[in-house]
Design a protein around this ligand. Sequence first.
Ligand SMILES: [Fe+2]
Length: 395
Amino acid sequence: MMETPQIQPGAEPGAGASRPPMKPIQLFDPASSTYTYVLFDQVSREAVIIDPVDEQIERDLATLREYGLKLVWTVETHAHADHITSAGRLAELAGAKTAAPSGCGIGTAGIQLNDADTLSFGAEQLKALSTPGHTAGSMSFVWRQHVFTGDTLLINGCGRTDFQSGSAEALFRSITQVLFSLPDDTIVWPGHDYQGRTCSSIGQEKAANTRVAGKTQAEFVALMNALELPRPRRIDEAVPANLTSGLRHDADGVLQMQPVPPGGAHQGTYAGDVSPELAWQWVQAGEAVLVDVRTDAEREWVGFVPGALPLAWKQWPGMAMNPDFDALLRAASGSKKVVLLCRSGVRSIAAAKRATELGLEAYNILEGFEGDPDADAHRGQKGGWRFRGLPWRQN
Ligand SMILES: [Fe+2]
Protein backbone atom coordinates (compact mmCIF):
# COMPACT_ATOMS: atom_id res chain seq x y z
CA MET A 1 0.00 0.00 0.00
CA MET A 2 1.34 3.37 -0.98
CA GLU A 3 2.21 5.71 1.80
CA THR A 4 -0.04 8.76 1.78
CA PRO A 5 2.10 11.88 1.51
CA GLN A 6 2.00 14.36 4.34
CA ILE A 7 -0.25 17.25 3.40
CA GLN A 8 -1.73 19.93 5.53
CA PRO A 9 -5.38 19.43 6.24
CA GLY A 10 -7.75 22.07 4.95
CA ALA A 11 -10.86 22.72 2.99
CA GLU A 12 -13.24 20.92 5.31
CA PRO A 13 -16.85 22.11 5.14
CA GLY A 14 -17.25 25.31 7.09
CA ALA A 15 -13.51 25.76 7.59
CA GLY A 16 -12.57 29.25 8.66
CA ALA A 17 -11.80 31.77 5.94
CA SER A 18 -8.39 32.43 7.46
CA ARG A 19 -7.02 29.00 6.60
CA PRO A 20 -5.78 28.64 3.03
CA PRO A 21 -7.17 25.77 0.97
CA MET A 22 -4.35 23.28 0.81
CA LYS A 23 -5.99 20.11 -0.40
CA PRO A 24 -8.46 19.27 -3.15
CA ILE A 25 -11.73 17.51 -2.46
CA GLN A 26 -11.35 14.05 -3.99
CA LEU A 27 -14.50 12.27 -5.19
CA PHE A 28 -14.72 8.76 -6.59
CA ASP A 29 -16.98 7.12 -9.17
CA PRO A 30 -16.97 3.37 -8.43
CA ALA A 31 -18.40 2.35 -11.82
CA SER A 32 -15.42 3.76 -13.75
CA SER A 33 -12.93 4.09 -10.86
CA THR A 34 -12.63 7.76 -11.84
CA TYR A 35 -11.46 10.47 -9.48
CA THR A 36 -13.10 13.88 -9.77
CA TYR A 37 -11.51 16.83 -7.99
CA VAL A 38 -12.99 20.04 -6.63
CA LEU A 39 -10.55 22.84 -5.79
CA PHE A 40 -11.59 26.17 -4.41
CA ASP A 41 -10.45 29.53 -3.21
CA GLN A 42 -11.32 29.71 0.45
CA VAL A 43 -12.11 33.42 0.49
CA SER A 44 -14.18 33.89 -2.68
CA ARG A 45 -15.49 30.27 -2.62
CA GLU A 46 -14.94 30.10 -6.38
CA ALA A 47 -14.33 26.52 -7.44
CA VAL A 48 -13.00 24.37 -10.27
CA ILE A 49 -14.05 20.79 -10.97
CA ILE A 50 -11.67 18.46 -12.80
CA ASP A 51 -13.00 15.45 -14.75
CA PRO A 52 -16.61 15.39 -13.50
CA VAL A 53 -18.56 12.18 -14.22
CA ASP A 54 -22.07 12.38 -15.67
CA GLU A 55 -23.66 9.83 -13.32
CA GLN A 56 -22.28 11.72 -10.30
CA ILE A 57 -23.71 15.14 -11.10
CA GLU A 58 -26.09 15.13 -8.12
CA ARG A 59 -23.23 14.22 -5.76
CA ASP A 60 -21.08 16.97 -7.26
CA LEU A 61 -23.82 19.61 -7.02
CA ALA A 62 -24.43 18.53 -3.40
CA THR A 63 -20.70 18.87 -2.68
CA LEU A 64 -20.72 22.40 -4.08
CA ARG A 65 -23.72 23.26 -1.89
CA GLU A 66 -22.20 21.62 1.19
CA TYR A 67 -19.02 23.66 0.91
CA GLY A 68 -20.81 26.83 -0.18
CA LEU A 69 -18.98 27.00 -3.49
CA LYS A 70 -19.61 28.79 -6.75
CA LEU A 71 -18.41 26.63 -9.64
CA VAL A 72 -16.61 28.81 -12.17
CA TRP A 73 -14.77 26.20 -14.29
CA THR A 74 -15.17 22.64 -15.43
CA VAL A 75 -11.90 21.21 -16.74
CA GLU A 76 -11.12 17.97 -18.55
CA THR A 77 -7.73 16.26 -18.59
CA HIS A 78 -8.70 14.62 -21.91
CA ALA A 79 -11.67 13.21 -23.86
CA HIS A 80 -12.38 10.15 -21.75
CA ALA A 81 -13.14 6.72 -23.15
CA ASP A 82 -14.52 5.16 -19.96
CA HIS A 83 -17.11 7.64 -18.73
CA ILE A 84 -19.10 10.62 -19.95
CA THR A 85 -18.36 14.07 -18.55
CA SER A 86 -21.01 16.22 -16.90
CA ALA A 87 -19.19 19.41 -17.92
CA GLY A 88 -21.91 20.61 -20.28
CA ARG A 89 -24.68 20.03 -17.75
CA LEU A 90 -22.66 21.61 -14.93
CA ALA A 91 -22.23 24.64 -17.16
CA GLU A 92 -26.01 24.81 -17.58
CA LEU A 93 -26.93 24.05 -13.97
CA ALA A 94 -24.15 25.76 -12.03
CA GLY A 95 -23.18 28.51 -14.45
CA ALA A 96 -19.61 27.30 -14.87
CA LYS A 97 -17.53 27.84 -17.97
CA THR A 98 -16.08 24.80 -19.69
CA ALA A 99 -12.38 24.38 -20.44
CA ALA A 100 -10.63 21.51 -22.19
CA PRO A 101 -7.25 20.81 -23.79
CA SER A 102 -7.11 22.34 -27.26
CA GLY A 103 -5.80 19.09 -28.74
CA CYS A 104 -8.76 16.97 -27.64
CA GLY A 105 -11.35 18.09 -30.20
CA ILE A 106 -13.88 19.03 -27.50
CA GLY A 107 -15.44 21.69 -29.71
CA THR A 108 -18.08 22.69 -27.18
CA ALA A 109 -15.58 23.74 -24.49
CA GLY A 110 -15.65 27.50 -24.02
CA ILE A 111 -11.91 27.73 -23.43
CA GLN A 112 -9.44 25.67 -25.46
CA LEU A 113 -6.38 25.32 -23.25
CA ASN A 114 -2.80 25.36 -24.47
CA ASP A 115 0.36 24.50 -22.57
CA ALA A 116 1.03 26.87 -19.66
CA ASP A 117 -2.40 28.52 -19.86
CA THR A 118 -3.93 29.30 -16.48
CA LEU A 119 -7.50 29.37 -15.19
CA SER A 120 -8.27 31.69 -12.28
CA PHE A 121 -10.71 30.94 -9.48
CA GLY A 122 -10.75 33.64 -6.83
CA ALA A 123 -7.10 34.33 -6.01
CA GLU A 124 -6.08 30.81 -7.00
CA GLN A 125 -4.71 29.59 -10.32
CA LEU A 126 -4.74 26.28 -12.12
CA LYS A 127 -1.98 25.86 -14.70
CA ALA A 128 -2.26 23.57 -17.72
CA LEU A 129 0.66 21.33 -18.67
CA SER A 130 0.59 19.64 -22.04
CA THR A 131 1.26 15.94 -21.32
CA PRO A 132 0.40 14.02 -24.51
CA GLY A 133 0.69 10.26 -24.72
CA HIS A 134 -2.41 8.62 -23.22
CA THR A 135 -4.26 10.66 -25.83
CA ALA A 136 -2.70 13.16 -28.21
CA GLY A 137 -4.34 16.09 -26.42
CA SER A 138 -4.00 14.99 -22.78
CA MET A 139 -3.10 17.59 -20.17
CA SER A 140 -2.17 17.67 -16.50
CA PHE A 141 -3.00 20.56 -14.19
CA VAL A 142 -0.92 22.13 -11.44
CA TRP A 143 -2.42 23.91 -8.45
CA ARG A 144 -0.13 24.95 -5.60
CA GLN A 145 1.84 21.82 -4.62
CA HIS A 146 -0.65 19.50 -6.35
CA VAL A 147 -0.69 18.02 -9.83
CA PHE A 148 -3.77 16.42 -11.37
CA THR A 149 -2.42 13.94 -13.86
CA GLY A 150 -5.55 12.47 -15.49
CA ASP A 151 -4.51 9.21 -17.16
CA THR A 152 -0.98 10.41 -17.93
CA LEU A 153 0.50 9.28 -14.62
CA LEU A 154 -1.32 6.91 -12.29
CA ILE A 155 -0.16 5.64 -8.91
CA ASN A 156 2.47 3.05 -9.79
CA GLY A 157 1.14 3.05 -13.36
CA CYS A 158 0.15 5.15 -16.33
CA GLY A 159 -2.68 5.37 -18.85
CA ARG A 160 -2.76 3.14 -21.92
CA THR A 161 -1.58 4.48 -25.27
CA ASP A 162 -3.31 2.22 -27.79
CA PHE A 163 -6.23 4.41 -28.91
CA GLN A 164 -7.27 8.06 -29.39
CA SER A 165 -3.93 8.88 -31.08
CA GLY A 166 -2.04 7.70 -28.02
CA SER A 167 1.73 7.35 -28.18
CA ALA A 168 3.96 5.46 -25.77
CA GLU A 169 6.94 7.59 -26.84
CA ALA A 170 5.05 10.79 -26.12
CA LEU A 171 3.79 9.44 -22.80
CA PHE A 172 7.32 8.56 -21.70
CA ARG A 173 8.47 12.10 -22.48
CA SER A 174 5.46 13.65 -20.74
CA ILE A 175 6.01 11.64 -17.56
CA THR A 176 9.79 11.78 -17.34
CA GLN A 177 10.41 15.27 -18.70
CA VAL A 178 7.29 17.28 -17.82
CA LEU A 179 5.80 15.71 -14.69
CA PHE A 180 9.07 14.49 -13.17
CA SER A 181 10.51 17.99 -13.43
CA LEU A 182 7.98 19.14 -10.82
CA PRO A 183 9.33 19.23 -7.24
CA ASP A 184 9.52 15.78 -5.63
CA ASP A 185 7.06 16.75 -2.90
CA THR A 186 4.36 17.65 -5.45
CA ILE A 187 1.26 15.61 -4.63
CA VAL A 188 0.06 13.45 -7.53
CA TRP A 189 -3.73 13.16 -7.82
CA PRO A 190 -4.49 10.57 -10.53
CA GLY A 191 -7.51 10.30 -12.82
CA HIS A 192 -8.15 6.74 -11.69
CA ASP A 193 -7.14 4.20 -9.17
CA TYR A 194 -8.36 0.64 -9.16
CA GLN A 195 -6.94 -0.34 -5.78
CA GLY A 196 -8.28 2.27 -3.41
CA ARG A 197 -5.14 4.42 -3.36
CA THR A 198 -5.84 8.15 -3.29
CA CYS A 199 -2.66 10.07 -4.04
CA SER A 200 1.08 9.80 -4.37
CA SER A 201 3.98 12.19 -4.95
CA ILE A 202 6.30 12.96 -7.82
CA GLY A 203 9.24 11.70 -5.74
CA GLN A 204 7.47 8.44 -4.99
CA GLU A 205 6.58 7.83 -8.65
CA LYS A 206 10.07 8.74 -9.85
CA ALA A 207 11.52 6.20 -7.45
CA ALA A 208 9.06 3.34 -7.66
CA ASN A 209 6.60 3.57 -10.58
CA THR A 210 7.14 0.14 -12.15
CA ARG A 211 6.25 1.36 -15.64
CA VAL A 212 8.82 4.16 -15.82
CA ALA A 213 11.26 4.14 -12.88
CA GLY A 214 14.70 3.17 -14.14
CA LYS A 215 13.35 2.40 -17.61
CA THR A 216 14.63 3.66 -20.94
CA GLN A 217 12.14 5.00 -23.45
CA ALA A 218 12.62 1.88 -25.58
CA GLU A 219 11.90 -0.40 -22.60
CA PHE A 220 8.81 1.61 -21.74
CA VAL A 221 7.52 1.53 -25.34
CA ALA A 222 8.04 -2.22 -25.54
CA LEU A 223 6.20 -2.69 -22.26
CA MET A 224 3.27 -0.52 -23.35
CA ASN A 225 3.00 -2.23 -26.74
CA ALA A 226 2.83 -5.65 -25.06
CA LEU A 227 -0.10 -4.80 -22.75
CA GLU A 228 -2.89 -6.07 -25.06
CA LEU A 229 -5.64 -4.49 -22.98
CA PRO A 230 -9.32 -5.09 -23.76
CA ARG A 231 -11.17 -2.33 -25.57
CA PRO A 232 -12.91 -0.01 -23.05
CA ARG A 233 -16.53 -1.05 -22.69
CA ARG A 234 -17.97 2.44 -23.16
CA ILE A 235 -15.51 3.91 -25.71
CA ASP A 236 -17.95 4.11 -28.64
CA GLU A 237 -20.49 5.93 -26.52
CA ALA A 238 -18.17 7.96 -24.29
CA VAL A 239 -15.67 9.53 -26.68
CA PRO A 240 -18.23 11.10 -29.06
CA ALA A 241 -20.29 12.33 -26.09
CA ASN A 242 -17.21 13.81 -24.45
CA LEU A 243 -16.38 15.71 -27.64
CA THR A 244 -19.52 17.73 -26.90
CA SER A 245 -18.91 18.16 -23.16
CA GLY A 246 -21.27 15.25 -22.46
CA LEU A 247 -24.39 17.05 -23.66
CA ARG A 248 -27.11 14.60 -24.57
CA HIS A 249 -30.66 15.31 -25.34
CA ASP A 250 -33.00 12.85 -26.98
CA ALA A 251 -36.17 11.56 -25.34
CA ASP A 252 -34.35 8.87 -23.40
CA GLY A 253 -31.67 11.25 -22.21
CA VAL A 254 -29.11 9.47 -24.35
CA LEU A 255 -27.04 11.52 -26.73
CA GLN A 256 -27.90 10.46 -30.24
CA MET A 257 -24.62 9.88 -32.03
CA GLN A 258 -25.99 7.63 -34.77
CA PRO A 259 -28.18 8.77 -37.67
CA VAL A 260 -31.81 7.66 -37.52
CA PRO A 261 -33.59 6.72 -40.78
CA PRO A 262 -36.57 8.97 -41.48
CA GLY A 263 -39.91 7.40 -40.66
CA GLY A 264 -43.56 7.81 -41.69
CA ALA A 265 -44.18 9.76 -44.86
CA HIS A 266 -40.46 10.59 -45.09
CA GLN A 267 -39.37 6.96 -45.14
CA GLY A 268 -36.62 6.34 -47.67
CA THR A 269 -36.59 9.92 -48.95
CA TYR A 270 -33.24 10.93 -47.44
CA ALA A 271 -30.42 9.22 -45.54
CA GLY A 272 -31.40 10.12 -42.00
CA ASP A 273 -31.88 12.53 -39.13
CA VAL A 274 -28.85 13.50 -37.04
CA SER A 275 -28.38 15.38 -33.78
CA PRO A 276 -26.57 18.73 -34.01
CA GLU A 277 -23.69 17.15 -32.08
CA LEU A 278 -23.29 14.29 -34.56
CA ALA A 279 -23.47 16.69 -37.52
CA TRP A 280 -20.76 18.84 -35.97
CA GLN A 281 -18.60 15.81 -35.26
CA TRP A 282 -18.84 14.74 -38.92
CA VAL A 283 -17.99 18.25 -40.08
CA GLN A 284 -14.97 18.46 -37.79
CA ALA A 285 -13.78 15.06 -38.99
CA GLY A 286 -14.03 16.23 -42.61
CA GLU A 287 -16.70 13.64 -43.40
CA ALA A 288 -19.57 15.99 -44.13
CA VAL A 289 -20.32 19.42 -45.55
CA LEU A 290 -22.60 21.57 -43.41
CA VAL A 291 -25.15 23.41 -45.55
CA ASP A 292 -27.27 26.17 -44.02
CA VAL A 293 -30.49 26.39 -46.05
CA ARG A 294 -31.94 29.43 -44.25
CA THR A 295 -32.28 32.80 -45.95
CA ASP A 296 -29.54 35.43 -45.93
CA ALA A 297 -31.71 37.53 -43.62
CA GLU A 298 -32.07 34.75 -41.03
CA ARG A 299 -28.35 34.12 -40.93
CA GLU A 300 -27.65 37.82 -40.57
CA TRP A 301 -30.25 38.46 -37.86
CA VAL A 302 -30.13 35.26 -35.87
CA GLY A 303 -26.59 33.97 -36.34
CA PHE A 304 -24.69 31.38 -38.32
CA VAL A 305 -22.26 28.50 -38.00
CA PRO A 306 -18.68 29.38 -38.96
CA GLY A 307 -17.61 27.39 -41.99
CA ALA A 308 -21.11 26.33 -43.03
CA LEU A 309 -22.05 26.79 -46.68
CA PRO A 310 -24.83 29.41 -46.96
CA LEU A 311 -27.24 28.02 -49.55
CA ALA A 312 -30.82 29.21 -49.19
CA TRP A 313 -33.55 26.69 -50.00
CA LYS A 314 -36.03 29.48 -50.59
CA GLN A 315 -35.19 33.13 -50.75
CA TRP A 316 -36.85 36.49 -50.28
CA PRO A 317 -38.55 38.23 -52.01
CA GLY A 318 -41.57 35.97 -52.00
CA MET A 319 -39.72 32.90 -50.60
CA ALA A 320 -39.25 31.57 -54.13
CA MET A 321 -37.20 28.45 -54.71
CA ASN A 322 -33.51 29.19 -55.14
CA PRO A 323 -32.84 28.35 -58.82
CA ASP A 324 -29.14 27.73 -58.13
CA PHE A 325 -29.70 25.30 -55.23
CA ASP A 326 -29.05 22.06 -57.10
CA ALA A 327 -25.90 23.17 -58.89
CA LEU A 328 -24.33 24.81 -55.84
CA LEU A 329 -25.13 21.87 -53.58
CA ARG A 330 -23.62 19.36 -56.01
CA ALA A 331 -20.49 21.48 -56.32
CA ALA A 332 -20.12 21.84 -52.56
CA SER A 333 -20.57 18.24 -51.52
CA GLY A 334 -17.89 16.62 -53.64
CA SER A 335 -17.96 13.04 -52.44
CA LYS A 336 -18.88 13.96 -48.86
CA LYS A 337 -22.11 13.57 -46.95
CA VAL A 338 -24.20 16.74 -46.65
CA VAL A 339 -25.82 17.75 -43.36
CA LEU A 340 -28.58 20.30 -43.77
CA LEU A 341 -29.46 22.97 -41.22
CA CYS A 342 -32.46 25.32 -41.16
CA ARG A 343 -34.32 27.12 -38.36
CA SER A 344 -36.15 24.23 -36.77
CA GLY A 345 -35.90 21.27 -39.13
CA VAL A 346 -38.63 21.76 -41.77
CA ARG A 347 -36.85 23.26 -44.76
CA SER A 348 -33.82 21.07 -44.02
CA ILE A 349 -35.96 17.96 -44.57
CA ALA A 350 -37.20 19.29 -47.90
CA ALA A 351 -33.64 20.15 -48.86
CA ALA A 352 -32.38 16.72 -47.74
CA LYS A 353 -34.98 15.06 -49.97
CA ARG A 354 -33.89 17.19 -52.92
CA ALA A 355 -30.22 16.43 -52.23
CA THR A 356 -31.06 12.72 -52.19
CA GLU A 357 -32.76 13.05 -55.60
CA LEU A 358 -29.51 14.61 -56.81
CA GLY A 359 -27.69 11.45 -55.71
CA LEU A 360 -26.12 12.82 -52.52
CA GLU A 361 -26.00 11.20 -49.07
CA ALA A 362 -28.04 13.80 -47.24
CA TYR A 363 -29.01 14.18 -43.57
CA ASN A 364 -31.41 16.49 -41.80
CA ILE A 365 -30.07 18.15 -38.63
CA LEU A 366 -32.70 17.75 -35.92
CA GLU A 367 -33.97 20.87 -34.13
CA GLY A 368 -32.32 23.27 -36.58
CA PHE A 369 -30.40 26.36 -35.56
CA GLU A 370 -32.98 27.71 -33.13
CA GLY A 371 -35.12 24.74 -32.07
CA ASP A 372 -38.88 24.74 -31.66
CA PRO A 373 -40.63 27.63 -29.91
CA ASP A 374 -41.41 27.26 -26.20
CA ALA A 375 -44.76 28.08 -24.55
CA ASP A 376 -43.95 31.81 -24.84
CA ALA A 377 -43.12 31.43 -28.55
CA HIS A 378 -39.44 32.03 -27.83
CA ARG A 379 -37.06 29.93 -29.80
CA GLY A 380 -33.65 28.80 -28.63
CA GLN A 381 -34.81 27.51 -25.22
CA LYS A 382 -35.79 24.00 -26.27
CA GLY A 383 -32.99 22.65 -28.35
CA GLY A 384 -31.25 23.56 -31.56
CA TRP A 385 -27.69 24.23 -32.61
CA ARG A 386 -27.13 27.21 -30.29
CA PHE A 387 -28.89 25.60 -27.32
CA ARG A 388 -26.60 22.57 -27.63
CA GLY A 389 -23.58 24.78 -27.16
CA LEU A 390 -22.15 24.23 -30.64
CA PRO A 391 -20.11 26.98 -32.31
CA TRP A 392 -21.98 29.87 -33.89
CA ARG A 393 -21.43 33.55 -34.53
CA GLN A 394 -23.27 36.69 -35.36
CA ASN A 395 -21.55 38.98 -37.90
FE1 LIG B 1 -8.51 8.11 -20.34
